[in-house]
Design a protein around this ligand. Sequence first.
Ligand code: ACM
Length: 469
Amino acid sequence: MPDPIALVPLPRSVIWSEGTWETSDPWEGLSVGLNDALLPSEYTLSISPEGAALSAGSEAALADGRNTFAQIVTGAVGSIPCVTISDRPQHAWRGVMLDVARHFQPVAEIETFIDAMALHRLNVLHLHLTDDQGWRIEIKGYPRLTEVGAWREQTLVGHLSGDEGSWTFDGTPHGGYYTQQELTELVEYARRRGVMIVPEVDLPGHMQAAIAAYPELGNAPEQKLGVREVWGISDHVLGVSDEVFDFLRDVLTQVAGIFPAPYVHIGGDECPTVEWERSAAARARVNEWGLTRISEIQGHFTQFASAVLAEHGKRVIAWDEVLETHLPDDTIVMNWRSAAGVAEAVERGFQTVIASSDHTYFDFYQADPEGEPLAIGGLTTLQDVYTAELVPAGLGADQEKLVLGIQGQLWSEYLPTAAAVQYMAFPRLCALAERAWGSPQQSWQEFEERLRAHLPRLDAFGIRYRPLD
Ligand code: ACM
């Protein structure tokens, strides 16, 4: 049975008291209510020998309180310890990015992952739905996106190194996609657990799967492309025709309709300009749009997407490359390339989510590669996640307010199954949950001890994780 005292994330105020509440069905005995006297982000949970009461300042805070209660009662048989907890998160955005484009995950596996997020008060699931290696969302009017774009014939084995002739492939087709109905149901599943799903359609780069399905979306329609079978950055990016912008309008409009979140992530990372540089049409657009450089075409895409989404009451989130071209003031910048970028984004007045590859890329090794499953590279240990500086020191109070939160990334090039995703996610996400929640910072030893007592909860939920050293 998990130690009830080992709460992760650790609440701001937790007072254990003498006695227990004897109950065979704790959920039946939990009374729940909203309370205007609390801050919108705040909840209070009190368990006494007579029962349990949860009150909160909003529905979101109620979900946090329910998830804390779930942690306390998981594995407790009949006898619940008495406690009073008052808590609220430091950061509104406590996220995880799950890449279901490189490797498809069945809906049931995403649901399990959402359960595990909720248990840790992680409240934003950023779903990376499209990339060069697979398009995973049904879009009405574009059947080939999922008939063609959702499938690749084979996948690179190992790392991309040497010349093309030396690469080896698994010879096994891979793919899958989500219908709009499935995604609508997934959104509701997550909502009931206090998790908001933010979809990502990566543009204008990382679009090879869509271009394989509809060559007219690219810069050289006569060139026949397949869905990409290797990792790395593809040179094949969206073209600049009216048809491309009509396509984007349709896609973003449908995405806005499926996902009620006030944000849509439009990617914006790693967009090579070589095809635009070679394209007479792209050069003509630079003049027509009043730009001075080919690379500014990306800014035109950002502004277009932002305008379409604004019609649906949504704001754009994008990876930090978008800072290099003109972008609307209400863009939320997702910082991944370096911690220094956080300071730049907030100094320029943009709300920012910290998703830095220095400490939050959980596709990186978590220990000596020697004893670990093949990963993309890097090294981010559990201790790094718990102790690293995530929010840069020295930000002014106004700048710090622009930091919306913190997010862990699960890119799936080397994570082909849900079990592989869970193994890389946990226990690093336990540490990230503490940082994002803003739990009172303890010593690494204290955290490790508490985590050891928390891990049986992951067992109880059937979540795989890397055992502690
Ligand atoms: C990224 O890792 N390309 C955002």
